[in-house]
Ligand binder design. Structure first.
Ligand SMILES: [Zn+2]
Length: 242
């Protein structure tokens, strides 16, 4: 039985090896005018020509270049989703704060990962005192900063009692929103207007929003920002509870 099966298999493999592959055939049909191959030569020569190989490489390169932006968009979207979930978890902790307490730092205990934004991989050096030189990007996560007990997020420390507009007033946001710059959509500038950040408001909703900067005053350090630094009304957030 095994012998007859082998005898049947051999001619099939033999035939497949000696015939033009479907890819070679497709190129012969499609690019015959470029490669100089026609029906007669195709039957004699079943190997790839250099031109065909280069065309394949070119097509693969074009496909990869088309795919890369889509992959980057997908990765960015996942990072924003994780970050948004972190802010929701922190807000829930604040709501329950009277009973369980809320850690505003990153050390000790499970669940501390919620204090790290996955896009937090760099920060302006002026966020940490004594940085030298004072104005450059530090290619390290703020969350992983070894000499300070800080997270990727920061609180607007306004007392709850004076909040009149909870759906516009910041409770906790990415630390980059306070500077302002952006981890998720970085720029070559250390500070820039309309940096995109995730912000959690006093009423608990989280929004991906633009951060205002007037281009004049240089923010130094993390919060609290002054109430008079509220952005124009066209922006979706405010620091003060007005
Ligand atoms: Zn984030």
């Amino acid at each position: 039985m095994s012998g007859s099966a082998g005898q049947r298999l051999v001619p099939i493999v033999h035939h497949w090896r000696r015939s033009p592959t479907w890819l070679s055939w497709a190129f012969g049909e499609t690019f015959g005018c470029l490669t100089g191959r026609n029906d007669v030569t195709r039957k004699r020569n079943t190997a790839f020509t250099m031109v065909e190989l280069l065309v394949v490489i070119g097509i693969v390169a074009v496909l990869v270049s088309l795919m890369l932006p889509a992959l980057k968009r997908a990765r960015d979207s996942v990072k924003r989703t994780v970050c948004m979930n972190n802010l929701h978890q922190i807000e829930l902790g604040v709501e329950a704060g009277a009973r369980i307490g809320v850690r505003h730092d990153r050390r000790g205990g499970p669940g501390d990962g919620i204090w790290q934004c996955p896009a937090d991989t760099f920060y302006p050096s002026y966020l940490l005192p004594g940085a030298n030189p004072p104005f450059q990007y530090v290619r390290r996560s703020l969350y992983c900063e070894p000499d300070a007990d800080i997270s990727s997020y920061a609180f607007d420390s306004l007392p709850k009692a004076i909040i009149n507009n909870p759906s516009r007033t910041v409770l906790v946001a990415e630390a980059s929103a306070f500077a302002p710059w952006s981890w998720h959509s970085p720029s070559n500038w250390l500070i820039f207007s309309d940096a995109w950040n995730l912000v959690c408001f006093r009423d608990g909703h989280v929004k991906w929003t633009r951060t205002f900067w007037d281009g004049t005053s240089l923010p130094r350090g993390i919060p609290p920002p002054k109430p008079e630094s509220d952005p124009p009304p066209s922006y979706d957030y405010q620091w003060s509870g007005k």
